[in-house]
Unconditional design. Structure first.
Length: 102
């Protein structure tokens, strides 16, 4: 039986533009303590779909955890813009809180 991560990897391979599957794969990779791969997947989500607002929060969080505060801040700032444009106040607030904790 395939793991959740393996199934998500197959979904991403079948449709590289599937933001949700790539985002979910990143979170699975993070759980598996494969942070660099998780970060790369979230960066790819945003390169392909800059309106996928949830990815900004998690990417910023992972970068901050990796000690890359300046890079995290840049991601968070782009996330606030994207969340504002999308009218997603919940994610915008979460990102704003994350910036304040940096």
């Amino acid at each position: 039986m395939k793991s959740r991560r393996e199934m998500l990897e197959e979904f991403v391979a079948a449709d590289p533009n599937d933001s949700f599957s790539r985002y979910a794969l990143a979170l699975e990779l993070e759980k598996a303590e494969r942070a660099d791969e998780a970060i790369a997947q979230l960066q790819e989500v945003l390169a392909r779909d800059e309106s996928y607002v949830a990815a900004y929060y998690h990417l910023g969080r992972m970068l901050a955890k990796a000690g890359k505060d300046a890079e995290a801040l840049g991601v968070y700032q782009r996330g606030i813009e994207a969340a504002s444009k999308a009218g997603d106040q919940k994610t915008r607030s979460e990102i704003q809180e994350a910036i304040e904790m940096l």
